[in-house]
Design a protein. Structure first.
Lengths: 353, 293
């Protein structure tokens, strides 16, 4: 158990700099998720934490120890790879017991630890099997078992669920979270799936192009995204964005889109005429007669919810409502937007206003 | 439709099968047939006379044959094990980058494309006392006299080294192919799991390239067991019978002595021994793995 400090870390491959001064503080026992699109540097950061990639500049500390030049085997970490990286020629038992065997622990202790981990992960029946004879979910659990027996200071997960089918992913998500609650060990978890990030994390680090865009709790990121990137990345379905400017109508500030749609604004200090991006989440839009009239394009009922895509001029907005609505394409619906749910971003800098 | 395709298939295979039959299958059975006869076409009685298992009975107590088997086994052990070790080290070296790698790799592969008979002559030239470069420098630098014509250990060692020089590149090439195809994740995982380099080699690398290693050992073993031309060129089986490997022994039995019947018997026995050795190797090294896969 330890806290992890990533301080102004830079990564260069030759003359190409791919990571530009990343700093993250991870507290003891915290579940931190690094999230971002492919190529944002989240896996590289995790690999630097594991010691599999060199750190070009800055420092990474685990506990009070700077680990920049410490080889992986001495960092006291455990890692679960996306591919699970099981040893194909070893049985489940030998895979899980491998770290202990390498540490030359006595056989009785290995046996006890492996049996215990197998019990926790429901693998007892499969101990004599080889990885090839296991399903994806079972392999995933073996990889976790191998991490658990180490009793490490930090667990690292590199997209561990992305090779599983949707249903199993949900189950394993819960299992990993339960495991964290039981063991209380610090976890750093990399994923590109924002739902995994939202559901599992104590703290989310959103990354893009080798930079940290925002760090915060899941709901904090959902409610107060720093910029359009975080706003679009967190939340599903993704936030609606409309480009336009601030205008005044009847003495009140309103939003006027490029194609002439008028939308309500929360109290804002932004000057009239300022170019802005208007953001509102689909689930914050209600249907009602008092709303902005929109022309229906597509209606997608899922049973529990209905998603409606509608347009006004060139602007397309989608709404996600609980009610079952059977509107025909080209008919008109009123979209009611509560000004308090609106996010305003500067159009050029994409930063929150 | 299915039939037509099958007919076409057999038609396309026919030339190969014909050649294989006349130059492979037929001679093999002919040799087996001859091995049950006493036949020396240049003797007083040039006829082939059936003598049952006499040749096989004789072979078990033939000291010349038994000697040739033991020298061969020694040679194969020394050569193949050294080739494996040197080949693996070279393969690991070629997995890394170093200046002049491309040129070194090309040069290192050259021996492979040389015919054994050429290799034998070149090494003969290099090791002949008073004209060869090797005895010359051994004498000049270390004061060692080397004469493969008179010293049995020198002749044996030279042949082993020549074989290593000739065939290690094959081992290197197959092992490079095996190493390149390994997934990187288990190795990174092993580092994180706390394994040091030696542990990674024994627990991860070796088991994962084992099929390639076994295949290479098979090829080298079968090849080494029937080495003839290089040895024939270099020492002719001498001095005495120090390098008289089974291949050379058969050659001497059949050609200078024209003892066709007995020569065939030795061939059959050697083939049998080779199959047994390979089968044992397969059973011990590969069969337990196939259960896992």
């Amino acid at each position: 158990m330890a806290n992890v400090t990533i301080d102004n870390v830079i990564k260069r491959y030759g003359s190409v700099q791919v990571m530009h001064g990343v700093s993250v503080d991870i507290e003891d026992g915290e579940f931190v998720v690094l999230v971002g699109p492919s190529g944002c540097g989240k896996s590289t950061l995790l690999r630097m934490l594991a010691g599999l990639e060199e750190i070009s500049d800055g420092t990474i500390s685990i506990g009070d120890r700077v680990v920049n030049d410490v080889p992986p085997k001495e960092r006291d970490i455990a890692m679960v790879f996306q591919s699970y990286a099981l040893y194909p020629h070893k049985t489940v038992y030998d895979n899980i017991g491998f770290p202990l065997k390498m540490a030359k622990r006595p056989k009785a202790e290995i046996d006890e630890q492996v049996t215990k981990a197998a019990g926790i992960l429901d693998l007892t029946k499969y101990l004599k099997r080889y990885p090839k004879e296991l399903s994806g979910g079972q392999r995933q659990r073996v990889a976790m078992g191998r991490a658990i027996v180490r009793d490490p200071q930090v667990f690292l997960f590199d997209e561990p669920l992305s090779n599983l089918d949707a249903k199993l992913r949900v189950t394993m998500r819960i299992e990993i979270k339960e495991l964290h609650q039981r063991l209380g060990t610090t976890i750093v978890y990399v994923t590109h799936d924002q739902i995994e990030a939202m559901t599992m994390a104590d703290k989310i680090v959103v990354m893009r192009d080798g930079k940290v865009e925002q760090i915060g709790s899941p709901l904090d990121l959902y409610d107060n995204p720093n910029n359009t990137f975080v706003a679009s990345f967190i939340g599903s379905p993704s936030m609606n964005f409309v480009h336009g400017k601030i205008a005044t109508e009847a003495g009140q500030k309103i939003f006027l889109s490029d194609s002439g749609m008028k939308l309500p604004l929360p109290p804002t200090e932004a000057q009239e005429g300022r170019a802005v991006t208007y953001g509102v989440r689909p689930e914050h839009i209600q249907i009602g007669d008092s709303g902005v009239p929109m022309e229906v394009v597509v209606v997608e009922p899922t049973g529990s919810e209905t998603q409606i895509f509608a347009k006004s001029g060139k602007d397309v907005i989608d709404a996600l409502v609980k009610e079952r609505i059977s509107a025909r394409p080209q008919s008109t619906l009123g979209f009611v937007i509560n000004p308090d749910d609106v996010h305003l971003f500067d159009r050029a800098s994409e930063q929150r206003i | 439709m299915q039939n037509a395709i099958q007919e076409l298939g057999w038609f396309l295979l026919a030339p190969t099968l014909t050649i294989l039959f006349f130059f492979g299958v037929l001679p093999f059975f002919y040799v087996v047939y001859v091995s049950f006869h006493s036949w020396n076409p240049f003797a007083v009685d040039p006829n082939m006379v059936f003598n049952g298992a006499d040749n096989f009975r004789k072979i078990v107590f033939d000291p010349a044959f038994l000697n040739s088997v033991s020298v061969t086994v020694l040679f194969v052990l020394f050569a193949v094990i050294s080739e494996l070790i040197v080949g693996y080290l070279l393969a690991q070296a070629f997995m890394r980058d170093f200046p002049g790698k491309a040129i070194f790799r090309t040069i290192h592969t050259l021996p492979l494309i040389m015919a054994p008979i050429i290799v034998g002559s070149v090494w003969k030239l290099m090791t002949t006392p008073s004209i060869g470069i090797i005895p010359h420098y051994l004498d000049e630098w270390f004061g060692i006299t080397m004469n493969i014509g008179t010293s049995a250990p020198a002749a044996f060692a030279t042949i082993v080294i020549m074989d290593i020089w000739h065939w290690t590149p094959l081992v290197t090439l197959t092992l490079i192919a095996a190493l390149v195809s390994l997934p990187p994740d288990p190795f990174e995982q092993a580092q994180i799991d706390g394994a040091n380099k030696r542990q990674i080699f024994w627990h991860i690398t070796l088991p994962m390239i084992a099929p390639a290693v076994v295949a290479t050992v098979f090829i080298r073993l079968m090849d080494a067991l029937r080495t003839v031309d290089e040895v024939w060129m270099l020492t002719g089986g001498g001095p005495g019978s120090a390098t008289r490997f089974v291949g050379v022994h058969i050659f001497k039995e059949v050609f200078p002595k024209t003892n066709y019947g007995y020569g065939s018997t030795i061939s059959v026995i050697v083939l049998y021994l080779t199959i047994v050795v390979c089968w044992l190797l397969y059973v011990t090294m590969l069969a337990p793995r196939s259960k896992k896969d």
